[in-house]
Design a protein around this ligand. Structure first.
Ligand code: TYD
Ligand code: MG
Length: 469
């Protein structure tokens, strides 16, 4: 009988303490310590030291090692493939996080259905019954027959799941979710950080030793992190977040870590009655409902990974009824909005102190890039003065505290995308590098300051907007 002892583990960062702590000294989280009973002998130690891969894997010259890039599992779902860096790498572990109900299970069931048309897929769920999953699969497949090679199991014991994998040798394993599975030899309950970490580590070992790719779904805590974020992100190869506004149909799949491709790559999907559908041309989709020549609307060009994305930023100012005027951003950072408002007040002498300000990025998108500052500012001024922004114009630029404009990176890609979508004018910071080839047919208006840019952006009544360059 193994001796046991009690310890306290921070559920946020995994720090272990001998006694209960109200606040974690490592990550600063309050009330995050939970009691766990563990066997004296640590399973982790025996695993890495004794059963490690070293013995069967002697060091090899780098030139003789196969690179796995050729044998990625191809995916017809191009938006997912691009976020993964092109297909599924054998033996890789991919973590997909996101809010409840955002569509993680739907996305992975679609992947399972697609891959199962050719190879065997094991979909393990600790969240839903086989019947529920089947009903969803039928809906996703429309009238097409369900593939015989898609195997479903509702199981939470990881040891049993491993047995299934050894017996069935699937080409893809999906675990929905990491918080519901557990290892029976550990005493702590499913979902605790020790279980989550150890389960993920064992799944990785399974993936590496059997060469089977594993997709793991991870729930997000109310702070917006995958439970046990720090520990999990180290263990897996790729971390993807599925995000979007639950009340809107667009979903963004964002890669925040990827050992096999570029990070911050983004795939765009739309939720339909029959599952997630790829959005091949997101800029077009995001601009589809735009009212041209309406005051309070400006077009920004942000970079999502390597892809430029045109989004509509809307601003609305309205006289504050009493007390402090409110600033309500939706899709942009609150503090960034405060900063932009302050610059507009101090450098453009606008009276925003008695105005409520609402800013909205259309499509449920979040834009964190400072390159969108200028569009946010223009949308606010446009609403305040009730004058529309010039049609067919995009605004790109970061705003500095002195009211100056800064040049964001990757300007050529942004301008090309704007031109591709039929925009004719781009208002950009001065100091665009000379000699670089800008897309022909796009008028570039350079502005040194926010004031110049806003003057150039707004349609001036009675005369054509003056050109600042
Ligand atoms: P789900 O994949 O269960 O979310 P998660 O696993 O991230 O918790 O998605 C559930 C939501 O998606 C639910 O609100 C219904 C919606 N949905 C559709 O709109 N169409 C569909 O075809 C499916 C399967 C789900
Ligand atoms: Mg789910």
């Amino acid at each position: 009988m193994a001796k046991t002892r009690t310890r306290y583990v921070c559920q946020n960062c995994g720090r272990v303490a001998a006694s209960f702590l109200g606040r974690c000294p490592q990550c600063g989280q309050y009330d995050s310590y939970r009691k766990e009973v563990v066997a004296e002998e640590k399973p982790a130690k025996s695993r890495s030291a004794v059963r490690g891969l070293a013995a069967s894997n002697p060091p090899q010259p780098i030139g003789r090692i196969d690179s796995a890039s050729q044998d990625r599992l191809p995916l017809a779902m191009g938006e997912l493939a691009r976020v993964l860096g092109g297909g599924i790498v054998p033996g890789s572990v991919v973590l997909i996080g996101g809010d409840p109900g955002i569509g993680k299970s739907t996305l992975l069931l679609q992947v399972a259905l697609e891959v199962a048309a050719q190879r065997r897929v094991l979909y393990v769920s600790g969240e839903e019954s086989e019947r529920q999953i089947k009903m969803r699969a039928e809906r996703l497949q429309a009238d097409a027959p369900l593939p015989a090679d898609l195997l479903l199991a509702t199981e939470t014991n990881l040891a049993v799941i491993f047995n299934h994998v050894r017996e069935l040798a699937p080409a893809l394993l999906i675990v929905d979710s990491i918080q519901t599975v557990y290892l029976p030899e550990m005493e702590s309950s499913a979902g605790s950080i020790s279980q989550v970490r150890e389960c993920a580590a064992q799944l990785r070992e399974l993936a590496k030793s059997h060469g089977v790719p594993v997709f793991i779904i991870g729930h997000v805590t109310k702070e917006g992190n995958i439970a046990g974020p720090r520990v999990l992100e180290h263990i897996v190869d790729t971390v993807l977040y599925l995000e979007g506004d639950r009340f809107q149909s667009y979903r963004l799949l964002r890669s925040v870590k990827n050992r096999f491709g570029a990070t911050s790559e983004v795939g765009v999907f739309e939720m339909h009655e029959r599952g997630l559908r790829e959005v091949k041309n997101p800029s077009e989709a995001f601009l589809a409902e735009r009212m041209v020549n309406a005051p309070g609307s400006a077009i920004a060009v942000t970079m999502e990974g390597t892809r430029p994305l045109l989004v509509e930023v809307q601003g609305l100012t309205s006289p504050a009824s009493y007390g402090n005027a409110r600033r309500t951003p939706n899709g942009v950072d609150y503090n960034r909005l405060l900063m932009i408002t302050a610059v507009l007040t101090r450098r453009l002498y606008l009276k925003l102190g008695e105005q409520d300000i609402f800013v909205n990025v259309v499509g449920g998108l979040r834009v964190d890039e400072p390159a969108a500052d200028l569009a946010v500012a223009a949308a606010i001024v446009s609403s305040l003065q009730d004058v529309p922004v010039r049609a067919d114009t995009v605004l790109i630029g970061e705003i500095g505290l002195a009211g100056e404009l800064r040049l964001p990176g990757q300007m050529a890609a942004r301008l090309r995308e704007a031109q591709k979508l039929g925009f004719r004018t781009a208002i950009v910071p001065r100091r665009l590098r000379r000699g670089e080839r800008w897309p022909a047919g796009l008028e570039i208006v350079e502005a040194r300051s926010l004031k110049q840019a806003v003057d150039a952006a707004l349609v001036s009544p009675g005369r054509k907007a003056k050109k600042v360059a």
